[in-house]
Ligand binder design. Structure first.
Ligand code: HEC
Ligand code: HEC
Length: 165
């Protein structure tokens, strides 16, 4: 297909996806609702796992993730160049301000950041990722029932097998 038509087709597709996901930003979730209002991002980066909140990594981390999509945690998550640029720009514009690097290198994982490890300290100490319904801390939706909408509020937390104390 010719590249211009292809880009237009993609733009139309994403406009439809955006219209049908207008509820993406939950207004009543309190302090832990994150914006996921980019249809291309939700579609392309929310198929293998939830579309992670951009605020939870700093811009250099998102840049590093987006520059390494061909070797993405053992998967190939390569995108068409125009889509990749759109998503990368949006992620960096909506990135968090908190530094997410370690020994001078940007971390690629939210789950490796000190903030995440502190917030989930009890679950990490209890090894809940070994529970079959959890499998990985990157599987946010296993415990945050609103993760696909960017809603991480306390109300929506259900740890499979119970919350460790
Ligand atoms: C083909 C499947 C696939 C696609 C598409 C994909 N990912 Fe991933 N992603 C993975 C896998 C697998 C992991 C590792 C999950 C784990 O450790 O449990 C991962 C992990 C991640 C992590 C780290 C999670 C953490 O904090 O531990 C980030 C950030 C991420 N992906 C961003 C993206 C972005 C941005 C896109 C879109 C450009 C994307 N992914 C598209 C498969 C995919
Ligand atoms: C094994 C279950 C589990 C997984 C998987 C998990 N979380 Fe959590 N998360 C929790 C629990 C439990 C809390 C509440 C911790 C506390 O306050 O003691 C929490 C708290 C949070 C909070 C703060 C919410 C608040 O109201 O204070 C955010 C934001 C969050 N998690 C994001 C994530 C993201 C993003 C992922 C995936 C990358 C993730 N979590 C994966 C269980 C989980």
């Amino acid at each position: 297909m010719n590249p211009v038509r292809n880009a237009l087709r993609l733009a139309a597709m994403y406009a439809i996806a955006a219209a049908t996901s207008a509820h993406a930003l939950s207004a009543h979730a309190g302090g832990h609702a994150y914006r996921l209002d980019n249809a291309a991002y939700r579609q392309e980066c929310g198929s293998c796992h939830v579309a992670f909140p951009p605020k939870l990594l700093a811009a250099p981390s998102w840049r590093a993730v987006m520059e390494g999509l061909d070797i993405h945690f053992g998967d190939d998550a390569t995108l068409e160049p125009a889509v990749q640029r759109e998503i990368a720009t949006w992620l960096e514009a909506n990135a968090g301000r908190r530094d997410t690097s370690a020994i001078g290198k940007p971390l690629l994982r939210i789950t490796a950041t000190p903030w995440f490890r502190k917030e989930h300290r009890r679950e990490i100490e209890a090894g809940v990722q070994r529970r079959p319904e959890v499998k990985s801390f990157a599987n946010c939706g296993a415990c945050h029932t609103g993760a696909d909408r960017g809603d991480y509020s306390e109300r929506g937390i259900r740890v499979p097998g119970g919350r460790p104390r």
